[in-house]
Design a protein around this ligand. Structure first.
Ligand code: PHB
Ligand code: FE
Length: 329
């Protein structure tokens, strides 16, 4: 790589011709123009269409870097070490590795999160919601015009016990600002009847998960609706493309609750193709711990992602003490 690809020195007080600020963290510099985000690092540079970039950035921020690896595309991404985070370019790309232009730097969680939040706030224009389906939001392109803080700072649903339990996450309704999505108008909205014995009112609860999901205003955003020790039910509504290519550091179970999602599954480290999985309503899949995957949902669909949140798992898998598949046939 030539010297011209070296990151520009930080100019935090400067806005460019399109009205956007540039951001530097360690050896990485981020800038945007009307169509693209540009990422520069000591051995290279890379462009990502800004809608793709903002949708990925939104999820990386909202999920606190998620489990394992969040690839924004086949070049750039983050790897969570739960307390500190790697930012990389070309690290999980065979060609970049062979050419020795891959780059990796580790940052404290709060430092990288702070920079990512600032980029997301500055680069998101009025009328554009990175969590929304493309047909349900405005355009991210063009010169800097306004912001959408209400969207990019949305609170993530994280139930401590279960949605609907007194004091925990509430069910959704028209009144609370969650109308039924246009593609789920036929979903039954009736709620289960619960009659606990006296004294057990705070212990027994039930809710209609399909009705709850029919009122989700975001896509590709697993949220915790129930927790049993480390076992988390993280359902989500999907439409169009999962913006990130997720590299697992543990097994994840998928239960397709409605409609259909197609998954491209690749080797986590090289990106070599491994499988294409078509999941129809009722299908169940276990995604191995050594893959990365990206989903395509032609219509809005409901997916249950079942995660084991234990902090011990990545180490057990990395050292071979736990298998990368949950079952042997
Ligand atoms: C995943 O990477 O497993 C994943 C991420 C977001 C979703 C669904 C699945 O909405
Ligand atoms: Fe995943």
């Amino acid at each position: 790589m030539t010297d011209t690809l070296k990151p520009a020195p930080p100019r935090p007080d400067m806005v460019n011709d399109a009205g956007y600020r540039s951001y530097t963290i360690g050896g990485f510099t981020f800038s945007r123009d009307e169509y693209f985000a540009t990422i520069e690092w000591p051995t290279g540079s890379h462009q990502i269409a800004v809608d793709q970039f903002l949708r990925s950035m939104q999820r990386d921020v909202a999920w606190g870097f998620f489990y394992g690896i969040v690839n924004f595309d086949s070049v750039f991404g983050t790897m969570n070490h739960y307390g500190n985070v790697d930012m990389f370019a070309g690290r999980f790309n065979e060609a970049y590795r062979k050419a020795e232009v891959d780059y990796n730097e580790n940052f404290p969680h709060d430092e990288i999160l702070g920079v990512f939040k600032a980029i997301l706030a500055d680069w998101t224009n009025a009328g554009y919601d990175p969590f929304a389906a493309p047909m349900e939001t405005g355009s991210p392109y063009g010169r800097n015009h306004g912001s959408n803080d209400a969207a990019v700072e949305r609170r993530r649903v994280v139930a401590q016990r279960m949605v609907g339990v007194p004091g925990d996450e509430e069910r959704r309704s028209d009144e609370s600002g969650f109308p039924i999505n246009r593609q789920f108008l036929d979903v039954d909205q009736s709620e289960p009847e619960v009659r606990p014995e006296p004294g057990y009112e705070g212990e027994v609860a039930a809710f209609n998960l399909f009705a709850y999901l029919s009122r989700s205003d975001v896509t590709w955003n697993p949220s915790v609706v129930s927790a049993c020790k480390e076992s988390l039910y993280c359902p989500t509504t999907e439409e169009f493309i999962l913006p990130v290519i997720h590299g697992n550091d543990r097994v994840e179970w998928f239960v397709q609750l409605s409609d259909e999602i197609q998954w491209d599954v690749e080797d986590r480290d090289t990106g070599r193709k491994r499988a294409r999985v078509v999941m129809k309503a009722g299908d169940v899949a276990a995604m191995p711990a050594d893959i990365r995957h990206q989903g395509y949902s032609p219509k809005r669909s409901m997916l249950l992602v079942w995660e084991n949140n234990s902090g011990a798992i990545p180490e057990l898998i990395a050292t071979g003490q736990a298998p990368v598949h949950p079952v042997e046939f």
